[in-house]
Structure formats: C-alpha cells, structure tokens
Design a protein. Structure first.
Length: 140
C-alpha cells in the first residue's frame, strides 16, 4: 500500500483491534496493531505513523492516558494525531474528554467504545486533513 496513511492501533483487546483493522485496511490505510504501549513504542520508533488510535485501560488502567501524554510531550512525536477510544467511562463512571480534561487527556479526539466504524473513519479523515505536515515516510 504505497502512499497509504499509516495507523497504529494500541489496544489489548485483540478481537476489537482486528475488527477495527479490517475496516481501516478496507479503507486503504496501512494498519499495525500493538497489544501494549511497549510494542507501540517500538513500532513508532521503527516507522512513524500518521495517526494513533488507542485504548486507555490496558496493563494499567491509565496506560492510554500516560502514553498519550508521553507522545504529546515529545517534540518529535507531538504532531501525530491521537484518538482515544475506550470504555473507561462505562467501566469506571468517570467521564474524560480533551475539552474538560485537557491537562490529563491530551488526545486530539476521544470516543466511547464501541464506536461506529463510519464515525471512526470520519474522525480519522478530519484529523489527517487537519495535520497536513504528517507525511508518510518523510523525514525533515
């Protein structure tokens, strides 16, 4: 898929990530899946993605928030759009959003799991269009 946008899904739910991957690949995205943030770090180091989709609760209940914060505080990675898709509100009762929790939830977008795939594709296209400096395979 030469020239297609690269997306990394970071989610410990293999079935959910596989379903998301199938939809995204059918929409001509180059998709990789990391089961945890260690795998995601390795993938990002090896080949910078154009967008990252991640869950919050993985090995630790705050993995997604912590990893997103790490990415957004790294000047070389901060421009990569991040969408958090999680059931954290359903599981804990606590609501999070970039608008109300911007100091802690640094994601560019946030949605509850499960998300309609048409909604996810719309959010991805919007974020990629807003970040034209994200060029697949380019270096500065």
């Amino acid at each position: 898929m030469t020239g297609s946008k690269k997306i990394i899904i970071v989610d410990d739910d293999r079935d959910y990530a596989d379903a998301m991957r199938l939809v995204l690949e059918n929409s001509c995205f180059d998709v990789r899946h990391a089961l945890n943030i260690r795998q995601a770090r390795d993938m990002i180091t090896g080949d910078r993605p154009d967008l990252i989709i991640m869950d919050v609760m993985m090995e630790k209940h705050t993995d997604g928030f912590d990893f997103c914060s790490e990415l957004k505080q790294d000047p070389s990675l901060s421009s990569i759009p991040v969408i958090i898709i999680t059931s954290v509100t359903q599981m804990t009762g606590f609501k999070f959003s970039p608008e109300t929790d911007g100091d802690y939830c640094l994601a560019d977008d946030y949605a509850a799991k499960p998300i309609a795939m048409a909604d996810l594709l719309s959010r991805i296209e919007k974020l990629l269009a807003a970040n034209p400096e994200q060029r697949t395979g380019s270096s500065s």
